[in-house]
Design a binder for this molecule. Structure first.
Ligand code: AMP
Length: 215
């Protein structure tokens, strides 16, 4: 790998495979992933007032306040992001993108797009490791042993926020809030649109072809 510093955003609707691609890219390159969804899910394990409020919003599929995610991500970047990072789940609206841009300029924004219909199909088979948060799919990306994480042996579960009602809210928020944000990155010419309905390796190859990282 060359010495470029990559500041990457993976963006796409629920089920687009952005989290999976972030994991693959991180394994190949050593670049850390900062996933706001995963950080927030860990945070709600602390069942204090703040944790309870966050859990309620997340389970309904609505966005948590910008101040909360801005702070989480900036702390991560300051502590662990000096040599680059892959952002998964942040920024998710125009205000967050503008806030981030004051401090950090992203080098690549990979928009992985799929239809709402495909999003629902994929959603129904999603399983997440309750220990290390690795994501699988019963059909497209199954673990070696059913219900068990390949990486850490943790139990694979359906997340509490993975109801069809919450999915509908997330897709709505994606179309209304996240898609307009993507325009911001098109203007900055760091945007790459990738068809997420291809196979996982094909999507990876397209991403790698934009970066100087060997597959
Ligand atoms: P995800 O795992 O990325 O689908 O995130 C799960 C949930 O965490 C979302 O439905 C939101 O409630 C919250 N969340 C994650 N990232 C953000 C963000 N950038 N802004 C606001 N809420 C977020």
């Amino acid at each position: 790998m060359d010495k470029s510093i990559y500041k990457i955003l993976m963006v796409g609707p629920q089920g687009s495979g952005k989290g999976t691609q972030a994991q693959i890219l991180s394994e190949k390159s050593g670049i850390p992933i900062f996933s706001t969804g995963n950080i927030l899910r860990q945070r709600i394990q602390t069942k204090d007032e703040m944790g309870k409020k966050l859990a309620k919003m997340m389970n309904q599929g609505i966005l948590v306040p910008d101040e909360v995610v801005n702070q989480i991500v900036f702390e991560k970047i300051d502590k662990e992001g000096k040599s680059g990072y892959i952002l998964d789940g942040y920024p998710r609206n125009l205000d967050q993108a503008e806030f981030l841009d004051k401090k950090e300029q992203l080098t690549h924004v990979f928009e992985i797009y799929i239809s709402d219909k495909e999003s629902l199909r994929r959603f129904l088979g999603r399983r997440t490791c309750e220990k290390c948060q690795t994501v699988y799919h019963t059909e497209y990306n199954p673990p070696k042993e059913e219900g068990v994480c390949d990486k850490c042996g943790g139990k694979l579960v359906i997340r509490e926020d993975e109801t069809e009602e919450a999915l509908a809210k997330r897709l709505d928020s994606y179309h209304k809030l996240t898609e307009p944000m993507i325009e911001f990155y098109k203007d900055r010419q760091v945007h790459h649109k990738i068809n997420g309905e291809q196979s996982i390796p094909d999507v990876t190859e397209e991403i790698l072809s934009q970066l100087s990282i060997n597959s």
